[in-house]
Write a protein that binds this ligand. Structure first.
Ligand code: ADP
Length: 445
């Protein structure tokens, strides 16, 4: 049976152990932790010299020490971990080793410049299913460590090993986070540079379009003036073939004028200087106007344009000339990308949109070649066209006639200036089954 005094001592030791363990679990700095372990251990088991050693290949290195003489040789003090050595034995058994008097133990290798301490207690540090090092304690007197000390040191070393492992993990995570943050910073910087380049390229494109449009407009105006004068000329009036040739030239010039005007519109949208005169506009009147203007294209291409349910729509608030351009672009595309004999339907409804509020949604649906899913957004990009440049035809409404790729960009720019939205939907592109496309235009009322 234990005596009351023994009980008291055991209780105090256990309290010291719990306190020491609490301190260790708070410390997450792997550089300072080994020193803290030895410091806390001194409260639990008195010792004269202590070292915490971690295995580094075939040797044990001192990571922290207490009570050693001040000597720079301590930095190079290592203990071999070879077969037959004390540590090697301890690694196998994973149990503490107590030597009551080192002078009588053949395995002991006394470091000549260290004062002789006769008692030695070694406790393995067990982590990740293996012994990773040990705590080595010595006392001057022989037989100074008791069995209770051995038990206490073992319990303490188990906690110390867990604390060391946690601290290492924490450091690894911290390092990983730092590296991740650095990578994110680098990637963000690379993206910013790429964005700068893209923005510069986009500005170059806009500048080119702007300059080219202005350069082309002057000679075009001169040409149109001369064409007008020639039409008045008696010789032209008298010659049907000359008049026909002149009409051909005039048509070509008008088409060129359209393209140049589109380029100027785009430059205005890019520079946010769109001339915008809003009023209440009836959608159905805009659509009827487009239907009338394009009636000869529809007839030539044997296309049917059905307008449905637009009469009851409330008026939208916008610039009628700009909105007319939007409907012209989308309808001329529906004409261009629908084969002869196809049907184009235009219908609408009032809706409540989360972003744009009370709106009118107008849909322009065709049964043409359709659009690939990947192109649905790209077609609104400046100068983007899915056709090969070589296949472009000069006819404004020819099937798959192609164009400069400005129509939808301008349409989106105008719609956005009205705080509306425009987008395309299509089951895909197919020139055998003609899945068709639907363009949705959302305009606030
Ligand atoms: P453009 O018609 O001058 O090429 P747009 O900006 O008007 O330029 O259109 C861009 C591209 O979108 C077109 O080249 C075409 O490939 C595609 N597209 C537009 N409308 C349709 C449609 N209704 N059906 C199929 N493709 C279309």
């Amino acid at each position: 049976m234990q005596k009351p005094a023994d009980n008291q001592a055991s209780f105090q030791m256990q309290r010291a152990l719990i306190q020491a363990q609490r301190h260790l679990s708070e410390d997450l700095n792997p550089q300072e932790l080994p020193g803290r372990i030895l410091e806390q251990l001194a409260f639990v088991i008195p010792y004269e010299r202590g070292a915490l050693m971690l295995q580094d290949g075939p040797i044990l290195r001192i990571t922290a020490q207490r009570g050693f003489p001040v000597d720079e040789r301590i930095d190079n003090l290592v203990m071999p971990a070879r077969p037959g050595d004390i540590y090697e034995e301890m690694s196998k058994t994973v149990s503490p080793e107590l030597i009551d008097d080192v002078t009588t133990d053949a395995r002991w290798m006394q470091v000549d410049w260290l004062p002789l301490n006769r008692s030695w207690l070694g406790v393995p540090l067990f982590a990740k299913n293996r012994v990773v090092g040990m705590v080595s304690l010595t006392r001057v007197e022989a037989g100074a460590f008791s069995q209770a000390d051995v038990l206490m040191a073992t319990a303490f070393a188990m906690q110390a090993a867990v604390a060391l492992e946690n601290a290492t993990l924490y450091q690894e995570i911290t390092l990983f986070n730092q590296r991740l943050e650095q990578t994110v910073l680098e990637r963000t910087e690379a993206l910013r540079r790429a964005l700068d380049t893209l923005e510069r390229m986009d500005r170059n494109k806009s500048d080119f379009i702007n300059v080219a449009a202005h350069e082309l407009r002057t000679p075009l105006t001169v040409m149109k003036g001369y064409i007008g004068m020639m039409k008045m000329d008696a010789a032209v009036k008298a010659s049907p073939s000359l008049a026909q040739t002149l009409t051909g030239i005039e048509k070509g010039t008008d088409r060129l004028h359209d393209v140049v005007n589109n380029m100027l519109d785009l430059a205005r949208i890019d520079n946010q200087v769109l001339d915008f005169k809003p009023e209440h506009v009836s959608v159905v009147s805009l659509v009827r106007r487009v239907q009338l203007d394009y009636s000869h294209y529809l007839a030539d291409r044997k296309l049917t344009l059905q307008v449905d349910g637009l009469d009851s729509l409330p008026p939208v608030y916008g610039d009628p000339a700009l909105l007319l351009k939007v409907f012209q672009s989308v309808v001329i595309n529906a004409i261009k990308y629908t084969p002869d004999g196809g049907i184009i339907k235009i219908y609408g409804r009032p809706i409540q949109d989360a972003q744009a509020g009370s709106c009118v949604e107008v849909c322009i649906q065709d049964n043409g070649i359709g659009i690939d899913e990947v192109q649905l957004e790209l077609i609104f990009e400046k100068l983007y066209t899915t056709n090969q440049v070589a296949l472009h035809s000069s006819g404004k409404a020819t099937f798959k006639g192609g164009g400069p790729g400005l129509g939808l960009t301008i349409a989106r720019g105008i719609i956005q200036a009205h705080r509306g939205r425009v987008w395309a939907e299509s089951p895909g592109h197919d020139e055998t089954i003609f899945p068709g496309s639907t363009f949705h235009i959302l305009l606030p009322i």
